[in-house]
Design a binder for this molecule. Structure first.
Ligand code: PLP
Length: 319
């Protein structure tokens, strides 16, 4: 059942008395234990199993130019994860959407990275049984962040392929968006050691999987492909499929070998944190001519145009 924080439609909840100016939160706003707080005050117990066991799920949507992008798809994925992990929260989709909206409005940001998350929580009796824990829902809106910075978006990212293997789907269903990132973080350090800016890790068969916070696509002879298994079904990845359908481009989800990736005409990565981002160097070697490819550029332009389209985005109701 929905439990709304402020039952009066269109009325924003208030921050505590000494935090009244909605435009004075450069670091963002969080929702925790029924309250909206400045990010610096959003804290959880070290005994929370979300922290101790990474027993949590989350989702991140972004707001661009004052509009949520594909919020429904993010809510679908979040509620799907909760169900698979047998977690319950006291809010339905509309309740969560309202909380996310309030976080953005209170933060005053028009470009925001907006996260909803649920941890297993803490057992009141210190029992080791996860069924005893009280699940904890939180949300926050912070300034928009991107995997690639402005320069990298222009010239393309330099990526290393790590030999680290992404946690296999038989262990963790990747459709449950999770914080099991040690494989990705170790891959990232491999990349830094080799002078690259970010990493791709492998799936359990040695094919390319994904990177820290992004999916990957390659383009060959005008056709796109992206790894099919062992990866988070990214909303931006899904958006690329939708854009390709509109643009009449062929795209498939299939195994992508390391050798095939290296020989691609174009490579790009996809994430809510930055959208479609070009890759122009793999393991120190330029991808094709080392320039951002034409199909990548075209999809990047379409992607950002869709942020103004009411079929793909919804406005934040700022006061
Ligand atoms: N893969 C991983 C491991 C991620 O954490 C993310 C996003 O955080 C992605 C892929 C991209 O997913 P989306 O496009 O939904 O942001």
């Amino acid at each position: 059942m929905s439990k709304s924080i402020d039952p009066q439609a269109n009325r924003l909840p208030e921050l505590s008395a000494h935090h009244q100016d909605p435009h004075s939160y450069p670091d963002g706003i969080a929702f925790l234990d029924g309250q909206y707080l400045p990010m610096s005050q959003a804290k959880i117990s070290v005994l929370d199993w979300g922290f101790l066991h990474s027993d949590a799920t989350y989702d991140t949507v972004h707001v661009w130019n004052g509009r949520f992008f594909r919020l429904d798809l993010h809510l679908d994925r979040f509620f799907g994860g909760l169900e698979k992990l047998r977690m319950t929260i006291p809010f339905d989709r509309e309740g969560v959407a309202e909380i996310l909206h309030n976080c953005v409005v209170l933060s005053g940001h028009r470009a925001a990275y907006v996260e909803m998350l649920c941890t297993r929580g803490v057992s009141p009796t210190f029992s080791r049984d996860p069924r005893d824990a009280v699940n904890r829902f939180m949300a926050f809106a912070v300034p928009f962040g991107s995997v690639a910075n402005a320069e990298q978006l222009q010239r393309g990212l330099h990526v290393a392929i790590s030999d680290k293997v992404r946690i296999p789907p038989a262990s963790i269903d990747p459709a449950i968006k999770n914080y099991h990132w040690l494989d990705l973080v170790r891959g990232l350090y491999d990349a830094y050691d080799r002078g690259a800016e970010t990493a791709l890790v492998l799936d359990f068969n040695g094919n390319v999987a994904e990177g820290p916070g992004f999916n990957v696509f390659c383009v060959n002879d005008g056709k796109l492909s992206t790894p099919a298994v062992g990866v988070l079904p990214g909303i931006t990845r899904r958006t690329v499929f939708d854009l390709c359908a509109e643009a009449g481009l062929a795209v498939t989800a299939a195994d992508v070998s390391v050798a095939a990736l290296r020989q691609s005409d174009e490579i790009f990565i996809t994430s809510t944190a930055g959208g479609i981002m070009p890759v122009t160097v793999i393991d120190g070697v330029p991808v094709a001519d080392g320039k951002v490819g034409a199909i990548t550029k075209r999809l990047m332009a379409m992607y950002w145009q869709k942020h103004e389209d009411p079929a793909w985005s919804s406005p934040v109701r700022y006061p």
